[in-house]
Design a binder for this molecule. Structure first.
Ligand SMILES: Cc1ncc(COP(=O)(O)O)c(C=O)c1O
Length: 394
């Protein structure tokens, strides 16, 4: 399928210019149909009953989970379905056997979901070292390497920034972690939807992502583990091999992390979303968004009174562009864009308050984020509307 042909599958794009895909993406008709098909044609619980519907549902659910694992290049490891990235990261924070004196290294580029779980570990005697980017938002790998000590147990970094759009060199970071004997968690919430991802090739230990940002349903996501070495957060139905009145034996594979009934329709929908992205090709997705991001940055940076945040950050980027309009609160800009041109963007801290503080942006930024359904014309409308409102302010 060609990227230009996909728009008809996203009915919301007929009436609105949706530039908030980094918060949650739109979902195409085939994904909704796959979920409806489960509910109307073969709805049953999975991994439990032996009747015919249970057999079909179990088969389709497990195939869907395998397809999601393959999509992120994780065939050799373990992939458990989660509700979202936040839950997946929480599973690592709660599931490693922390000792007092262990250290975690993370960065100030992180979403709260990849920062607060580590800060919380301080209550258990774990120290947290936070590497700061420069004033433009660029991270120096030498600073990250210097922060890793002999007692650093885990390094937790984002693959792509949800504020600046920059892609971090996670392969190199994985090499450093291997050399230094630390485990690596990669927050892939903003990478899996937008660039080709190969978790085994990266060399990380844990990789976390959300389904709702990659055309899939809300309430779905995943954690990929090189080895299933985390203590599960919950135990109960579906997560054990056997149980007696005295105890239980946990299931060996991904099931040990999926206690209770999983999001069956959601997982089937997420696998359909992954297939949809595969049909387009993640290379094509990346190129399409790179072109749009470059135009966005050039167009906005040329306007008087408009500052693009992190515009000069070197390296790869996804279609996420943050900016500020002099004399206007980011929420005001977002409201005017909606009212004047039906352009929907995010405004505020983007769940990255410490980063905003570091960048000297106490009110946050306006953020435009693209996806496969975004067109060049939509980007031009957005730039023209920002130009108009910046003229009014100056
Ligand atoms: C980089 C990053 N990490 C984590 C998250 C949290 O994702 P979720 O709300 O799906 O758990 C987000 C969401 O915006 C994100 O952009």
């Amino acid at each position: 399928m060609k990227i230009e042909d996909c728009r008809a599958d996203f009915p919301i794009t007929r009436d609105l210019i949706y530039l908030d895909s980094a918060a949650t993406s739109l979902t195409p008709t085939p994904v909704v149909e796959a979920m409806v098909e489960y509910d109307l044609r073969y709805r049953a619980n999975v991994g439990r009953g032996v009747h015919r519907l249970a057999a079909v549902a179990t088969h389709r659910y497990r195939d869907a989970r395998d397809a999601i694992k393959s999509f992120v290049g994780g065939d050799g490891g373990t992939l458990a379905v989660t509700r979202n990235t936040t839950e997946a990261i929480g599973m690592v924070a709660a599931g490693l056997a922390w000792q007092k004196g262990d250290r975690v290294v993370t960065t100030l580029l992180e979403h709260h979901s990849n920062l607060l779980p580590w800060l919380r570990l301080r209550e258990r005697g774990v120290a947290v070292d936070i590497v700061r980017p420069d004033a433009g938002g660029s991270l120096d790998l030498a600073d990250l390497e210097a922060a890793i000590r002999d007692d650093t147990r885990l390094v937790a970094v984002t693959h792509a920034s949800n504020v600046l759009g920059t892609v971090l060199p996670v392969h190199e970071i994985a090499g450093i972690c291997r050399d230094r004997g630390a485990r690596l968690l990669v927050d892939g919430a903003q990478s899996v939807p937008h660039i080709p991802v190969d978790v085994a090739g990266i060399g990380c230990d844990y990789f976390c992502f959300s389904g709702h940002k990659m055309l899939g349903p809300t309430g779905t996501g995943g954690i990929w583990m090189r080895r299933p070495d985390l203590e599960p957060l919950f135990v109960g139905g579906g997560s054990i091999e056997s149980a007696t009145a005295d105890g239980y034996t946990l299931a060996r594979g991904e099931e040990r992390y999926e206690a209770g009934t999983p999001p069956i329709a959601g997982t089937i929908g997420l696998a359909r979303a992954a297939a949809y992205l595969r049909e387009i090709g993640m290379g094509a997705v990346r190129r399409h968004e790179e072109r749009l991001a470059i135009r966005l940055i050039d167009g906005l940076a040329a306007l008087d009174g408009v500052t693009v945040v992190g515009a000069d950050t070197p390296g790869d980027r996804i279609g996420v562009v943050s900016f500020a309009v002099e004399g206007m609160h980011p929420h005001e800009v977002a409201q005017v864009l909606d009212e004047a041109s039906a352009v929907l963007v995010r405004s505020g801290h983007h769940c990255c308050q410490p980063l905003m503080e570091h960048l000297g942006l106490p009110d946050g930024t306006v953020r435009a984020s693209t996806y496969i359904y975004t067109t060049r014309d939509e980007i031009e409308t957005m730039i023209a509307t920002v130009e108009e409102l910046s003229r009014r302010v100056i």
